[in-house]
Write a protein that binds this ligand. Structure first.
Ligand SMILES: Cc1cc2nc3c(=O)[nH]c(=O)nc-3n(C[C@H](O)[C@H](O)[C@H](O)COP(=O)(O)OP(=O)(O)OC[C@H]3O[C@@H](n4cnc5c(N)ncnc54)[C@H](O)[C@@H]3O)c2cc1C
Length: 478
């Protein structure tokens, strides 16, 4: 890829493509787009372009393609893996979708929504809620991340065990291809078994194959009953055994099952000093059942929890008596993530193993940190019902950041080794970005690696779409 300084001619052409309000080149204006949510990843870009229509996205892409200019698609910049900004992006332009943000239509009769890619996830959820529907993708960043970013990163979140990941929730996509042509893969159809399912290529492609401009989503009936309980258990083994029983006993109406190591609670208190944990126990579980009809979820929940407490499997349990109390339980789960961000740089992972291997993963990872990285503080929590554990590690307080980052790289590599040795994945949901691309490619079988390179080169022969993301630049040289 050719590196460019922005000549006055190029500046003018880009401004013409997006209009005067759609381009920013000064440092102050670009700052918001050049740092991610976590504060861990900062980058550079030649310009930030903010197209306000699909036609403007096409014009920008055509121009960049003709000039050999790299394009970094950007949603809410909450992706955590340096996919939407990085130091490597200095020779490219950021294309933010934030002005392409209309709900196109909510078709409650067919349980379908169409929206521009730049719609904030929470806006999508609110729009369908008004029509007695549910869009079940739910994650801590839902007030900032965009639905196009969710599609591009195949986001997961807390309701995956019931409804699946973004990949399972998307009926169709509209994408501007790397040469500027528009591909519309939305038909409103639930079943369309006609050859390659092209939308799946773009879901999880992290901006490397095109810019998603529109999404068509599956909706569900809105739950009218929800029961939430906060439990205390003695071990992760007990938590996983409970998950198995709870799934059967709840008639598969469970919509969330989160586990939280008690060491994480102190982090939630950094966000709310008055936060009181409902239980005292080594392992906490947040469980939610929901239904779209008047089913007696309370009895289901109480019955199996009574049994689990009688057998000693559950030490303590608090059932939410109101939606406000349920919210306070979830505030602990959300607060512990925000609390980590307050601690600055730390090792952050989203490992995935078979559900039954979660206790082994946590046990081995904790031993690895205790033996090889004394003073570092391990945190284990996650979407246990999906086998997804965030095993994060805080540096000792006061450790110089440069030293912490160097050590953090070793710790991350060790954690990936442990996940791999259990047959797991280095990314359950955040994706590859630029923080794991080398580990990702190195771990692939030759046929897998070749297929990925073939697809990338076929769709983006100039290698202009999010260069260096997912595939290190050397893998994509045309
Ligand atoms: C507090 C917090 C909690 C989180 N919890 C979860 C969780 O539970 N589950 C989970 O899966 N993730 C979680 N995340 C990660 C993140 O929110 C998701 O990955 C989200 O889907 C990213 O969306 P975004 O709009 O911010 O995308 P960005 O970060 O802007 O971009 C992500 C990637 O997608 C590409 N991209 C963005 N928009 C487009 C587009 N329109 N077309 C093509 N490519 C595009 C970018 O180039 C980049 O490679 C969390 C993050 C935070 C900060």
């Amino acid at each position: 890829m050719t590196m460019h300084a922005l000549s006055p001619d190029l500046l003018g052409a880009l401004r013409d493509a997006v209009g005067p309000n759609g381009m920013t080149v000064d440092a102050a204006g670009m700052a918001k787009y050049l740092g991610d949510w976590s504060g861990d990843h900062h980058g550079e870009a030649l310009a930030v372009l903010r197209p306000a229509s699909v036609a403007e996205v096409q014009a920008v892409v055509r121009l960049c393609a003709s000039l050999g200019l790299g394009i970094i698609p950007q949603g809410g910049n909450t992706g955590l893996v340096a996919g939407a900004i990085d130091i490597e992006t200095a020779g490219s332009v950021v294309v933010s979708l934030e002005r392409l943000n209309a709900i196109r239509c909510v078709d409650a009769d067919n349980f379908v929504l169409q929206a521009d890619a730049g719609c904030i996830l929470q806006t999508v959820k609110d729009a369908v809620d008004e029509q007695d529907c549910l869009f079940p993708l739910a994650l801590g960043a839902q007030g900032s991340c965009q639905i196009g970013g969710n599609a591009a990163s195949n986001a997961g979140g807390i309701n995956v065990l019931r409804y699946g990941m973004a990949r399972d929730l998307i009926l169709g996509l509209e994408v501007v291809l790397p040469d500027g042509e528009l591909w519309n893969g939305s038909s409103g159809l639930r079943k369309n078994n006609t050859g390659y399912d092209l939308k799946q290529l773009f879901i999880g492609s992290e901006g490397t194959l095109g810019i998603i401009t529109g999404v068509e989503l599956k909706l569900f009936p809105k739950p009218v009953r929800t029961e939430t309980a906060y439990l205390g258990l003695a071990s992760f083994e007990a938590a996983i055994a409970l998950f198995r029983q709870a799934r059967r006993a709840s008639a598969d109406l469970m919509s969330a099952f989160e586990i939280i190591g008690s060491e994480c609670i102190a982090l939630a208190r950094l966000i709310d000093v008055n936060m009181v944990s409902p239980v005292e126990a080594p392992v906490h579980v947040l469980i939610e059942l929901s239904a779209s009809a008047a089913i007696d979820l309370r009895t289901l929940l109480v019955d199996f929890l009574t049994e689990a407490m009688d057998s000693g499997q559950v030490i303590d349990a608090v059932l939410a008596e109101s939606s406000a109390q349920a919210k306070s339980f979830w505030a602990i789960r959300e607060g512990l993530v925000e609390g980590q961000a307050k601690r600055g740089y730390h090792v952050r992972t989203d490992l995935s193993v078979r559900i039954s291997d979660i206790p082994a993963l946590i046990d081995q990872a904790r031993r690895f940190v205790a033996e090889d990285h004394r003073g570092w503080v391990p945190l284990a929590y996650g979407h246990a019902g999906d086998g997804n554990i965030h095993f994060n590690v805080l540096p000792p307080e006061g450790l110089d950041e440069r030293e912490a980052r160097a050590r953090g790289t070793d710790i991350t590599a060790g954690l990936y080794r442990i996940a791999n040795s259990l047959g797991g994945s280095i990314s359950a949901e955040h994706g590859i970005g630029r923080t794991r691309h080398r580990t990702f490619m190195a771990g692939l079988a030759p046929a897998h690696r070749r297929l990925i390179g073939t697809l990338k080169n076929a769709l983006d022969p100039q290698g202009l779409m999010n260069p260096g993301c997912l595939l290190p630049a050397t893998e994509t040289a045309p």
